[in-house]
Design a protein around this ligand. Structure first.
Ligand code: DQQ
Length: 511
């Protein structure tokens, strides 16, 4: 009886909220930080053309949406400092997907409310003309709504939050967060990331006629861990995300003739493509969106002209004290365009809008390379390098970037045809012993005579590498020497032909 009364009360509140758009009780507006402190702006590791907040911590992209001529980007944000905690939703908008204006924070935890412990990740959707956010309030994890007028500046939380108060009855969930909502026929559908200890991750699917109440249908998808780790750390504390028993930030959308699901778990964003039947995904292919260790919690949106664009969070590779001292931590990846290959696997390429940042620097054509060839005119910390390379007899070939004159610091991008591998080697990227360094490998088919298309984006501490729309590798590099700016081509044990190589210095996105 109490449940029914509560439900009727909540439904009535939703009707009022939807029809009159009344402000909810929360409505806190922490200071809007839009000016960058000089020490932060002048930090040589701070990216210039990757989006990031003026200061402090950011992690997951949240609720990207194109609305009234603007791209909107929200993100997990801690206004208190450069460390994870006190999760708010930061907000920015852009006309061109490249240059951004910071807006006031969209969501802040409401003391005593269902999101008192933080406003965790979620999505944005168009509720019959009203921009609406769905997000996870903690603690415990519950799903909440907020909406705004068309300006999308002031957000009002739904008085009847939470709209889903916990996982389905009897479902032993490892977590219950990161919702998405979309319209399917007359129904609203919501996915929520979850999983079961010892079994793997899952995406829970809910249905609603009018955003309240929500009825649990079944698992849209589920699967065993992607890699074999127990998720038990040194202190024997079980971490369901590390174990692959919790799928975070599920992102499900039609692409080409099929459907794609992205889930974040075990330190990476995994994609699955397949058919969507009976409101469940039947996956046929799978892979990783990025094979570096720094790309996580990706979230896509439907952009104009039928394009699907993806954002991801690039983690730091510096120690926590270094991050706090710097006053900023976390960066958004470049926007990536997703498409479906003829073989029904996911294709990923940098958004062409980024080309507005290019300044002409250097071009070369038809260069045969054996051993090492310095590129004295390809020099800088904020570059785009696009190469078309035909593999001849070389065992391994590629580029070295951010190289100091004596090679004390350098970052190596290598392609290995016999292993079918793209590699990013950051072991010598930085002399700072506090940075994370390693060798990251992604699968890439390389056939003799068929050119490999390589795009490399350098943005101070960030490197993003795209190969043949197939393999992406992102890492954080932090070169310490001011002369670690050089580049070289190399071909080991044989030759390659560089059909074309063009280099551009990239302008800042902040004008
Ligand atoms: N980050 C958010 C969660 C999400 C995780 C909290 C993924 O909602 O599951 O900041 O990085």
């Amino acid at each position: 009886m109490a449940d029914r009364r509560q439900f009727l009360k909540a439904s009535a509140a939703l009707v009022i909220w939807l029809t009159r758009n009344q402000p909810a009780a929360a409505g806190e507006w922490p200071a809007n930080l839009t000016t960058v402190r000089t020490d932060i702006a002048s930090n040589p590791q701070r990216p210039r053309y990757h989006f990031l907040p003026p200061a402090n911590w950011m992690n997951d992209p949240n609720g990207p949406i194109f609305c009234n001529g603007y791209y909107h980007l929200f993100y997990q944000y801690n206004p208190d400092g450069a460390y994870w905690g006190n999760m708010h939703w930061g907000h920015a908008r852009s006309r061109d997907l490249v240059h951004w204006t910071h807006l006031p924070m969209a969501l802040a935890p409401t003391p005593g409310g269902p999101d008192k412990g933080g406003c965790f990740s979620g999505s944005a959707f168009d509720h019959d003309g009203t921009p609406t956010l769905v997000y996870t309030g903690v603690e415990p994890e519950v799903q909440c709504l907020a909406s705004s007028d068309n300006a999308m500046v002031r957000w009002r939380k739904f008085k009847g939050n939470p709209v889903i108060g916990g996982p389905p009855h009897g479902y032993a969930a490892t977590g219950f967060r990161d919702p998405s909502i979309w319209r399917e026929g007359a129904d609203w559908l919501m996915t929520v990331g979850s999983g079961v200890k010892g079994r793997g991750g899952a995406v829970l699917l809910y249905q609603s006629n009018d955003l309240l109440p929500w009825n649990y249908i079944h698992e849209l998808a589920s699967g065993p861990p992607f890699s074999a780790t127990t998720g038990v750390d040194g202190d024997a504390k079980y971490d369901p995300v590390a174990a692959g028993d919790m799928w975070e930030c599920p992102d499900f959308f039609p692409l080409g003739a099929g459907h794609t699901l992205l889930v974040s778990t075990q330190g990476a964003v995994h994609w699955m493509t397949g058919s969507y039947e009976g409101r469940a995904l039947n996956p046929h292919h799978q892979g990783k969106v990025d094979y570096g260790d720094f790309y996580y919690a990706a979230k896509s949106f439907a952009a104009p002209h039928g394009r699907r664009i993806l954002w991801g969070w690039l983690k730091e590779g510096r120690s926590a004290p270094e991050q706090r001292a710097a006053g900023w931590a976390g960066v958004m990846s470049l926007p990536r365009v997703l498409s479906m290959g003829e073989d029904q696997t996911l294709q990923i390429e940098p958004a062409p809008e980024l080309q507005v940042l290019r300044e002409p620097l250097h071009r070369l054509k038809n260069l045969e390379v054996r051993g090492y060839v310095p590129l004295p005119r390809v020099r800088g910390g904020c570059l785009e390098i696009d190469a078309e390379i035909v593999c001849g007899s070389a065992e391994e070939f590629g580029l070295i970037v951010r190289q100091s004159p004596d090679s004390e610091e350098e970052t190596i991008i290598a392609l290995n045809p016999s292993r079918g591998q793209l590699t990013l080697d950051t072991r010598r990227s930085s002399l700072d012993p506090g940075t994370v360094r390693g060798v990251y490998r992604g699968p890439l088919e390389i056939q003799p005579g068929i050119p490999v298309q390589l795009s490399i984006f350098l943005d101070r501490s960030v490197i993003e590498v795209f190969a043949n729309r197939r393999a992406c590798l992102t890492a954080r590099i932090y070169p310490t020497r001011s002369d670690s700016l050089g580049a070289r081509l190399f071909a080991k044990d044989g030759k390659i032909t560089v059909k074309k190589l063009s280099t551009h210095t990239m302008r800042s996105i902040w004008g």
